[in-house]
Write a new protein. Structure first.
Length: 124
């Protein structure tokens, strides 16, 4: 099963996504609450996938999800990044995909959504 880094500024959302991933048999190698932590954890853990919240506050000169995508891809141009968004506006999702995100999932996150996404990305 996959090693995954979960990134979201909301602790409850990190807990929820981590719980679902573990129930699906995956390993959550680390969690991060901002882009800066995400980059540091990615460097240490080199996960197979990253779930990354679109809306996060700037911390230590690393902005929200869009900026974090760019920075993660500077670390590893082959990083597989799944954007997570509660927004109904497709503009940010489109922008994230143009920045290099691999795909996206809309909140609320369910086990079925995660399973479908990870199965799909594992076959690519």
């Amino acid at each position: 099963m996959a090693k995954i880094l979960v990134v979201d500024d909301a602790r409850v959302m990190r807990f929820h996504i981590t719980k679902l991933l573990k129930e699906l048999g995956h390993t959550v190698t680390a969690e991060a609450k901002n882009g800066y932590e995400a980059i540091e954890e990615y460097k240490k853990e080199r996960p197979d996938f990253v779930t990354l919240d679109v809306e996060m506050p700037t911390y230590n000169n690393i902005g929200g999800g869009m900026h974090t995508v760019k920075k993660l891809l500077e670390v590893d141009r082959n990083a597989t990044i799944i954007m997570v968004s509660s927004q109904t506006d497709d503009g940010n999702i489109t922008k994230a995909l143009k920045e290099g995100a691999t795909n996206y999932i809309r909140k609320p996150i369910t086990s079925d959504k995660l399973k479908q996404m990870l199965d799909y990305l594992s076959k690519e």
